[in-house]
Design a protein around this ligand. Structure first.
Ligand code: NAD
Ligand code: KPL
Length: 321
């Protein structure tokens, strides 16, 4: 597929004064957001792990977004965490297990009233980040968009989706959502983002671990319907005990719908495990089991699933946290 010949260089000063979007983590989701914001003419800066990653990025001359047959490179400026520049708006696009440490590296740069948008899947990492930077306004996000890294600094937009954003104090939708609109990032302000995150966590707990253990596509779980439904029953009870009764409504029906609708796909956890990458188990099944334990709710099947998955990851030389 031909790439557009030259990287698109972006103006140093955008036409209209706008808050810079700092993006922490230039992987799949970070690149998907950064390139679309930059394409809309918004000021974007990437924060990369260290000077080696910054040199590699500069050598590549930008971030490439592949959409269908079209690939376009955007020369978005980048920096390391120790750059001396205040951050007003930060998209945290690391994996759940990296988010807290990554934010700790830039915490001293956060301007008064800074806003953080936390894109992590599962639960637990958002609360850890919010506790680390109590002076900042943390917005949690739950996204059904899909992207993967084809190569370093080259990301494929693999699945259209939607992103829900919200905070835990029932705050008003921020003005800058209009910038997401302009960037073509389908989104909605959610008055109850925790309910969305819990629902997604439950879906992921009912599907993802089983696809790893049975080494199958999502559709392969149709042969294990009883096991899926047993997990859904426990997950529903857990949601209710956690004050998330709305997220429990018709859970099994939705899980079975998702299994059918995504029958041909490998779950994100299956992709991680089969490619030798660390999974987000602690922020999905681990979080669910801990939430049940702390409320003295018996969830024997979820616990057993957690043990089996932990064992599997150990046997395959992968971290189980
Ligand atoms: P990824 O591994 O592709 O990208 C994470 C990036 O963060 C990597 O480039 C990594 O080097 C970087 N990073 C880690 N620590 C850092 C640090 N200290 N400083 C700077 N950079 C650092 O991950 P992803 O697929 O983009 O996923 C990010 C989150 O979004 C996950 O929680 C995932 O579950 C969620 N999510 C992903 C998708 C998807 O399709 N990829 C969809 C929905 C939600
Ligand atoms: O979100 C998913 C994932 O693979 O992480 C689905 C498709 C819902 C399966 O749980």
């Amino acid at each position: 597929m031909p790439d557009s010949a030259m990287p698109q260089h972006l103006p140093d000063t955008p036409a209209r004064a706008s808050t810079t979007w700092h993006i922490l983590g230039a992987g799949s989701m970070g690149a998907l957001w950064a390139t679309r914001l930059a394409r809309a003419g918004l000021p974007v800066k990437l924060i990369l792990r260290n000077p080696d990653r910054l040199s590699a990025y500069n050598a590549a001359q930008g971030l490439t977004l592949v959409e269908g047959e079209h690939a376009q490179t955007w020369a978005i400026s980048a920096q390391t965490p120790d750059t001396n520049e205040p951050i007003q708006r930060l998209l945290v696009a690391c994996k759940a297990y990296d988010a807290e440490q990554a934010v700790a590296q830039i915490a001293g740069r956060l301007a008064p009233g800074a806003e953080l948008i936390l894109l992590q899947n599962g639960l637990g990492s958002q609360q850890a980040v919010a506790a680390l930077v109590p002076q900042a306004h943390c917005i949690f996000a739950s996204s059904t968009e899909g992207a993967f890294r084809e190569d370093d600094w080259r990301v494929v937009f693999a699945g259209l989706g939607h992103t829900w954003l919200g905070d835990t104090d029932q705050g008003q939708a921020p003005q800058w959502l209009e910038e997401l609109q302009r960037s073509g990032i389908a989104h909605e302000w959610s008055p109850n983002i925790l309910s969305r995150l819990w629902r997604k966590l439950a879906l992921n707990c009912a599907i993802n671990p089983l696809t790893v253990l049975y080494d199958c596509r999502n559709g392969g779980l149709q042969a294990h319907g009883e096991e899926v439904n047993t997990l859904c029953t426990e997950l529903g009870a857990l949601l209710e005990h956690c004050g998330q009764a709305d997220a429990a409504v018709d859970l099994a029906a939705e899980v079975n719908r998702v299994i059918l609708a995504t029958a041909n796909n490998f779950s994100s956890m299956h992709q991680d495990a089969s490619q030798g990458r660390r999974t987000e188990i602690s922020y999905l099944l681990g979080y669910a089991c801990e939430a049940a334990r702390s409320r003295q709710l018996a969830v024997p099947h979820l616990q057993h699933m957690h043990q089996r998955l932990t064992q599997y990851l150990k046997q395959h030389g992968l971290p189980c946290d």
